[in-house]
Design a protein around this ligand. Sequence first.
Ligand SMILES: [Fe+2]
Length: 304
Amino acid sequence: MTSPTAFGVRAFFDEVTGTVSYVLHDGASREAAVIDPVWDFDAKSGRTSTVSAQRIVDYLQAQQLDLRWVLETHAHADHLSAAQWLRTQVPAGTVRTAAPVVIGQQITAVQKVFGGIYAMDDSIAPQGRDFDRLLADGDVLQLGAIGIRALSVPGHTPADLAYAVDDGSGSGVSAIFVGDTLFMPDVGTARCDFPGGDAHQLYRSIRKLLAHASHTALYVCHDYPPAGRAPAWRSTVAEQRAHNVHVHDGIDEAAFVAMRQARDATLAMPQLMLPSVQVNIRAGRLPDADAQGRRFLKLPVNAL
Ligand SMILES: [Fe+2]
């Protein structure tokens, strides 16, 4: 029997986009999964950088962790995914193939919508096979003794997954990486106004998360801390049910949807929405290079 502390979680907060990436590892086997890695992108210059992702690689190496999975909670609209770069960063001398990149199976619906928005032709049309593994609700990935169960939590996008961690000790799920569903209690919840988003679905997805045991740790995908509060990413089911400003116990679906839709109507598109989605629906790949090795992102006009 493994102890309840048999796994480790390390968060990496990206100040630029407010994204939290995680390394989850199994203490016994040293196998690790990286969740939602960020590929830095400067929109003004069009330059990418792996500074943020390198911090994760440095941590993996310092802790002598073996990267087995790269998990995406969804196709992000606020940052480019470093999945393709990160998956190949294996310790020197390792002959194992690169870690698989994983996402929810409904990504095909997101790919269809955005493939149209970007007018991606047949040669680059995004397909499920851009990812190495597509998960359905309830599918389990193994990380040493840890089971990582996919929970379908649509609403922000149709393909959102949360990843629930069961350390095999018999005490059930003790931590969930919730993706873009809940934020910290004082910030609330994720927006639902992107193509395919649905506030009704998000409410039901959140209630599904909050039906777990009260002590379950919930790790958010973003934090936008109010003035005076340091960035934070870990809460519990009990804290969210008591204090989440959008969806604490007692707020019903109709009230939530009315609040969410009114709020979404006031939000600007994320700074990196158009650069990031065309990369992220292809599992973090840039468009193919032309004959001179140049790569170009598309900027659809008046499409959103
Ligand atoms: Fe998102």
